[in-house]
Ligand binder design. Structure first.
Ligand SMILES: [Zn+2]
Length: 247
């Protein structure tokens, strides 16, 4: 890919090009000067690009990606280029813990590409030991700088936990969400039929997952204390497409 794309004035810093994908247009240098030559087929993040980004840069990039998603202005992803660029090594900027819900694919709703983030998905986005181990790998060994826990509205796992649903191995998973149901302060109807309550529990569940990560992972707590890693919460709204960040 041409390096000319990074030399345009008024665009994001070159090191953030692939992750932010805000440049949009590749300028081809010709005898006539720089002219637009179609979309950038951004390759995957490389090490230098990722290492220059701060945790706050990365969160800002995810917010911008969600803004692009919800107005239908996603980057023109060239997944084949990203696949080829990342095949020999990956340098993801973040590790996400999100729900399995088919309507809440974190990479898509934040306009991310191949190689941009790790994503651990489990119903109700709870942090069990294996998820914590995955996050420790992502941050301590692979260099990710943001741990993003993402809940979402109208979550079936949250509803199941509220209802004390029983089904095979799902029962055990839902018991891990129950503490969020108990801890949610809510004066209205505490039922899975009440979406406001369901969403309040989902948010509390994200907060508890963040606390769990800090309490149960000395590795991640230490990285956060050193400001190498930032642990962030978020809620994705299925109706509006907005990812709200907090914590
Ligand atoms: Zn869910």
């Amino acid at each position: 890919m041409s390096s000319h794309a990074t030399s345009m004035p008024g665009h994001d810093r070159p090191n953030r090009r692939s992750f932010l994908k805000t440049t949009g247009i590749l300028m081809a240098t010709t005898a006539l000067g720089a002219v637009p030559a179609g979309p950038v087929h951004a390759a995957a993040l490389n090490k230098a690009q990722r290492d220059k980004m701060t945790p706050d840069d990365i969160v800002a990039a995810m917010k911008k990606g969600n803004e692009r998603f919800r107005v239908g202005k996603e980057s023109p992803h060239d997944y084949l280029a990203q696949q080829k660029a990342s095949a020999k090594g990956q340098y993801p900027a973040a590790v996400i813990l999100s729900c399995i819900d088919s309507r809440a694919p974190a990479e898509t709703i934040m306009d991310l590409g191949i190689g941009d983030v790790f994503n651990a998905r489990v119903a109700g986005n709870i942090a069990n030991d294996d998820i914590l181990g995955s996050m420790e790998f992502a941050c301590k060994l692979a260099g990710a700088k943001v741990v993003l826990v993402m809940g979402h509205t109208a979550c079936g796992a949250i509803k199941g936990a509220i209802d004390n649903a029983q089904l095979g191995n799902l029962t055990g998973l839902l018991t891990k969400i129950r503490p969020a149901v108990e801890a949610t302060q809510y004066s209205g109807e505490r039922s899975s039929k009440n979406y406001a309550f369901v969403d309040a529990v989902a948010r509390k569940n994200v907060e508890l997952a963040m606390a769990d990560i800090r309490k149960r992972s000395a590795v991640l707590a230490e990285l956060e204390s050193a400001k190498t890693v930032k642990i962030v919460g978020s809620m994705y709204n299925l109706e509006t497409g907005v990812v709200e960040f907090f914590g």
